[in-house]
Design a protein around this ligand. Structure first.
Ligand code: MN3
Length: 205
């Protein structure tokens, strides 16, 4: 049986300071994300054939999986995939504006970058309790902002995530306490638009 694995962070734990603190990154990556991976592997122990597939594939066809493991894959597989994307789109603060095809698509869909950021923030603040805010490419190949509760992946709703912002308290509470809005504002300072643009172009048919 192939096991799902937690990849190391693509940067140092303190690389996102002062926007996201090192202590949060240690806990978030090493404890929270690791727990999703461990629980996912445990849930799939009796279904070794499923672990040969990418986690994205499992989440895309969630309702076709054996009923006994659907909830575990939704929660822990979602947790694994969502965090994988989250680490991938973060980068030490240096480039804060979108570029390339994603920039053109954001402007076309939302008007301009500021309007897009405001709409995304609204989704992030409007997600009651734990969950994620997303920029996705929907089934009509259009950009769309949405939010999901818990670790639900947009993939299970036929949408390809391009940007995901974790709004679980574990993602920000140590530094920002109850001020989720400040954490959302800081997020724009550590986004890797190169990677997001690559995700967008890969998602386009
Ligand atoms: Mn998290």
């Amino acid at each position: 049986m192939t096991l799902y694995e937690l990849a190391p962070l693509p940067f140092a734990y303190d690389a996102l300071e002062p926007y996201i603190d090192a202590e949060t990154m240690h806990l978030h990556h090493d404890k929270h994300h690791q727990a999703y991976v461990n629980n996912l592997n445990a849930a799939l122990e009796k279904y070794p054939e499923l672990t040969n597939q990418s986690i994205e594939t499992l989440l895309t066809k969630l309702t076709e999986l054996p009923e006994a493991i659907q909830t575990a894959v939704k929660n822990n597989g979602g947790g694994h995939a969502n965090h994988d994307l989250f680490w991938k789109i973060l980068t030490p603060p240096h480039q804060v504006e979108p570029a390339g095809a994603i920039k053109a698509a954001i402007n076309k869909t939302f008007g301009d970058f500021e309007t897009f950021k405001a709409a995304f923030k609204k989704a992030a603040l409007g997600q009651f309790g734990s969950g994620w805010a997303w920029l996705v490419l929907n089934a009509d190949q259009q950009l769309e902002i949405c939010a999901t509760p818990n670790q639900d992946s947009p993939l299970s709703a036929g949408k390809i995530p391009l940007i995901g912002l974790d709004v679980w308290e574990h993602a920000y509470y140590k530094k920002y306490s109850n001020l989720r809005a400040d954490y959302v504002d800081a997020f724009w300072q550590v986004l890797n638009w190169q990677v997001i643009n690559d995700c967008y172009q890969k998602a386009l048919k």
